[in-house]
Design a protein around this ligand. Structure first.
Ligand code: NAP
Length: 488
């Protein structure tokens, strides 16, 4: 069915997990006046971008899928990227909204028109669309971060970021350098080390890496998941509660954190030697302060003869390789950036202009903040999915996205029921939310003495939700419409 570009009900930006969830739920609610604009030529967002070797999710797949779109056929406990991408790719057909996604269309700006009470959205292909409601599904991990290292452009070998993997380039026998040792690097480094002649890891901060009890599902388990939906649901909820119980680790100075820190220190100290000194292996901050990583082949990889770990600090890049602070030139054929994403600059480089000409990037110049992670005063009829302070360190982000989408649907229903044209969170509600987040953040482990992508350079925690996911769910399922202004 075609939709009128000048009279859209909902315009969704991005066909990643969040945009797909929103579209599926709109379709299920019988609303057909929406479009999804996607800049690339496929759905899946981060799961489309991160196709590096051995890419996978560190949340078990039965939970890293939507509750309304179960997949009984996950082949293993922690599925790999191709299977996860296939899952997301199946959703448009499964829920009947494939014809509402427009590919190769990148939104450049969105402007609220007070007179017309709608969003005017401009795209790189020079089209203009008008929609009553704007839903941002860009997420927190969509802009790769490549640090501005002196001499970067002079490197004469091949270089790329892990989220833009160069699949045409053969690393066999090469001298490969990897900058960064985060959640992405711990997945692609082991297979790259098996291929490369030599691998040099440029590590700034060691991480906590704990075992991953992964395995393939057995045939009888797959049959049970397919034929006994109640059992599959029970397995999902068991997985959810098991992860939820780990929130205790996210509290500052928790007994669980102290125990884990001691245990990791004891185990890793046994591995330490001249080549891999203790300070290269053992983190000096509490577990959970940065994302806890899971892998079975990280430490065996560090012990390989063709792997060198240097923590001397990257000083500059030359045509031949990387020079570290100790003055050593590490000669390289290929340099891979496992340096993460621009996580605290939400929604950039999009230019979003709200009521009275207020620019969202300016409103957020001290750090992004949004009521319930979803909405900002003076940006009427605009909702952000996986927005500020909704990321998790212990459970599935898809759970959070589902709660947000159900809140947006409830807000749309309120708009209609009240005969209102626009809904806008009040400044008072936003200020109360901001104060609460700041106060509660202070008692989390993330506020401790470590750097992470969860916070801005000045230490403000803009990315993570500060409580249990059960609390977030309860708050989003019992909306206080008194926190909103309905404009007629
Ligand atoms: P990341 O965790 O932010 O790690 C970036 C790495 O790059 C860090 O080791 C960082 O060092 C290093 N780095 C950045 N700038 C540097 C510089 N100038 N010099 C030297 N090192 C530098 O990024 P990521 O590994 O891509 O992961 C990001 C997030 O994506 C994860 O936390 C996770 O939420 C998500 N992810 C999830 C999965 C999954 O399984 N679900 C898999 C991959 C990614 P410092 O630590 O010292 O800053």
């Amino acid at each position: 069915m075609g939709v009128d570009d000048q009279n859209l009900g909902v315009l969704i930006i991005g066909a990643g997990a969040a945009g797909l969830c929103m579209a599926a739920q709109l379709e299920l609610a019988g609303r057909s006046d929406f479009v999804v604009l996607e800049k690339s030529d496929g759905v899946g967002g981060t799961w489309r971008d991160n196709s590096y070797p051995d890419s996978g999710c560190d949340v078990p797949s039965h939970l890293y899928s939507f509750s309304f779109a179960p997949n009984p056929r996950w082949s293993r406990k922690w599925a790999k990227q191709p299977e996860i991408l296939e899952y997301f790719e199946s959703l448009p057909q499964r829920f009947g909204f494939a014809d509402r996604i427009r590919f190769g269309v990148e939104v450049t700006e969105a402007t609220w028109s007070e007179d017309e009470c709608c969003w005017t959205v401009r795209t790189t292909d020079d089209s203009t669309l008008r929609a009553k409601v704007l839903v941002n599904g860009l997420g927190q991990l969509n802009v790769p971060h490549v640090p501005d290292i002196v001499g970067l452009e002079t490197f004469e070998g091949v270089r790329f970021h892990s989220a833009r993997w160069n699949h045409d380039h053969d690393l066999a026998g090469e001298r490969v350098g990897v900058i960064g040792v985060g959640a992405s690097a711990i997945q692609f480094v082991p297979p790259v080390a098996r291929q490369a002649g030599h691998l040099t890891l440029f590590q700034r901060t060691p991480n906590y890496v704990v075992p991953k009890p992964d395995r393939e599902f057995r045939a009888w388990e797959l049959a049970a998941f397919s034929h006994l939906p109640a059992l599959r649901r029970a397995y999902r909820w068991w997985t959810y509660w098991r992860l939820e119980s780990k929130f205790n680790l996210m509290r500052r100075d928790s007994a669980l954190g102290r125990l884990l820190q001691k245990r990791v220190d004891q185990e890793l100290s046994k591995l330490a030697d001249d080549r891999l000194p203790r300070e290269v292996l053992v983190p000096d901050y509490p577990p959970g302060c940065r994302r806890l990583l899971i892998s079975n082949d990280w430490y065996p990889t560090l012990l390989r003869e063709n792997v060198t770990v240097t923590d001397s600090g990257v000083e500059r890049i030359t045509p031949d390789g990387v020079v570290t602070a100790d003055g050593v030139l590490h000669e390289l054929d290929t340099l891979i950036f496992g340096t993460g994403f621009a996580t605290t600059e939400f929604l950039t480089p999009l230019k979003i202009t709200g009521a009275g000409g207020v620019d969202l990037n300016e409103a957020w110049s001290d750090g992004a903040v949004a009521y319930l992670g979803l909405s900002v005063p003076r940006f009427p009829n605009m909702f952000i999915l996986y927005g500020p302070n909704t990321n998790l360190g212990h459970n599935s982000i898809l759970f959070m996205i589902e709660q947000q989408v159900s809140y947006v649907l409830a807000a749309l229903e309120q708009l209609e029921r009240r005969g209102a044209r626009a809904i806008d969170v009040t400044s008072g509600a936003q200020q109360r939310w901001d104060a609460e987040i700041r106060e509660r953040s202070a008692s989390t482990v993330w506020a401790g003495d470590c750097s992470s992508w969860y916070k801005t350079a000045d230490g403000r925690i803009t990315n993570n939700w500060v409580g249990h996911t059960t609390e977030y769910r309860r708050r989003l399922h019992t909306p206080d419409w008194g926190d909103w202004r309905f404009q007629r």
